[in-house]
Design a protein around this ligand. Structure first.
Ligand code: PLP
Length: 415
């Protein structure tokens, strides 16, 4: 028996065990949309196996790339290993992944109810609340999960650390409260480097791979790590609905995995430096970052190996100060998304969480920072410059108007 490999090693080597036999060193890319069929019988059997969520038979054909793609499967194998899961299933976006998870655990199995623990990423909140997928949703706090479960509940949705305010929920406790109902944990913010929800009893760990896994801001993708049985259900939905990840995207994600541990470590170091600087600034009313309250219930200690590189902060000067700082930085790009090598700043209530109903939407004075790989001193200087640009008047004016609340008409009503 050899000892299990450490995560840094897995990140570099996973999904590559057959490369030497293939006589190549870099990850191959297979762009075929269709594949030769050995004969009608074996072609048909292969189609049947994969359209129902299975893997391609050894003596068969891959048939058609909506059913199976070797480059995507290679990335899935690597991500599964990093998440301590039997399998993973990749999609064309994080939202396509969440859609497949909801469909596979509601409509497809005759259930219609989902319990969703808030806060959630705005798109997830919106997808659940829109009714588009035919699911009925109860939103609740972590401790209310058991009381929210009904006989027709097919899924519990949890996100921790949550977007945008970094709320931490106890994964093992939510799994316990959910009883027999499978729990999906959106692990986008923590990545498999800092947290493995499946080790804590979650049925699925979902990522917007667009963020840290890709890490370079050039791929939109989603992936769900889970057991093989759940993977079959998800592949079935994917084959039918077509929310595929393109092989070029899978290649970039797989390549990005190798540097994920060092990116995460360095981005987290930068974030911690910036958090301690922010805590002393008069422009800041509150900083949101895991562990700032000292982890009184020991949750961080039990489920995370680090606190990550996402920060949220409430500005003293309300919305006016928040919007001025969002457009006042140079190194921090004013843009949505997160988890890349370069730092980003954005206003959640106006952008990423705009579709969330007002009662659950982040406050108008909150900004979210995604900390990248730049030198922390340069990032701090950039924020200091943006803070210095705040007119003293903006601080008092900001409290008088709440334009985000009043202007956000609810995308829900337009669907
Ligand atoms: C961005 C994001 C999503 C959605 O992913 P896309 O790849 O944009 O579809 C889901 N969850 C979280 C936490 C996110 O940040």
């Amino acid at each position: 028996m050899t000892a299990p490999l450490h995560p840094d090693t897995v990140a570099v080597h996973s999904g590559r065990s057959d490369l030497a036999d293939l006589g190549v060193h870099a990850l191959p890319i297979d762009l075929s949309t269709t594949n030769p069929l050995p004969d009608v019988e074996r072609g048909g059997d292969s189609y049947e196996a994969m359209a129902t969520g299975g893997r391609p038979p050894a003596d068969g054909s891959l048939v058609y790339a909506r059913l199976w793609n070797p480059t995507v499967a290679r990335f899935e194998e690597a991500l599964a290993e990093m998440e301590h899961a039997e399998a993973s299933v990749a999609f064309g976006s994080g939202m396509a992944a969440m859609t497949a998870v909801i469909l596979a655990h509601t409509n497809a199995v005759g259930k219609r109810h989902v319990v969703a623990v808030r806060p959630l990423y705005g798109g997830t909140d919106h997808l659940l609340g829109s009714g588009l997928l035919g699911a009925e949703v109860t939103y609740c706090h972590p401790h209310e999960v058991a009381g929210s479960i009904r006989p027709d509940t097919g899924l519990v949705v949890l996100e921790t650390p949550a977007n945008p305010t970094l709320d931490i929920a106890d994964i093992a406790e939510v799994v316990r409260l959910a009883g027999e109902v499978p729990v999906v944990v959106d692990n986008t913010f923590a990545t498999p480097i800092l947290q493995n929800p499946i080790d804590l009893g979650a049925a699925m760990s979902l990522h917007s791979a667009t963020k840290y896994l890709g890490g370079h801001g050039d791929v939109i993708a989603g992936v769900v790590a889970c057991g093989e049985e759940t993977a079959e259900a998800l592949r079935r939905v994917r084959a039918v609905t077509g929310g595929l990840l393109h092989p070029l995207g899978a290649y970039l994600l797989h390549r990005g995995l190798a540097t994920l541990p060092v990116r995460m470590q360095r981005q987290q170091e930068n974030a911690r430096r910036i958090v301690s600087w922010l805590l002393d600034r008069p422009e800041i009313a509150e900083v949101f970052y895991p562990g700032l309250d000292g982890d009184p219930h020991g949750i961080l200690d039990r489920q995370m190996r680090g606190t990550g590189a996402m920060i949220a902060m409430r500005m003293q000067g309300g919305y006016a100060a928040a919007s001025a700082v969002a457009s006042g930085t140079t190194l921090f790009t004013h843009a949505v998304s997160l988890g890349g090598v370069d730092s980003l700043i954005q206003h959640p209530a106006a952008l990423t969480h705009r579709p969330v109903p007002a009662e659950a939407r982040p406050a108008a004075d909150v900004l979210r920072l995604s900390i990248g790989l730049e030198d922390a001193d340069d990032l701090i200087a950039d924020l200091a410059t943006a803070f210095a640009g705040l007119a003293p008047a903006a601080q008092s004016l900001g409290r008088m108007t709440v334009p985000v609340e009043s202007r956000s008409v609810g995308i829900r009503s337009r669907l």
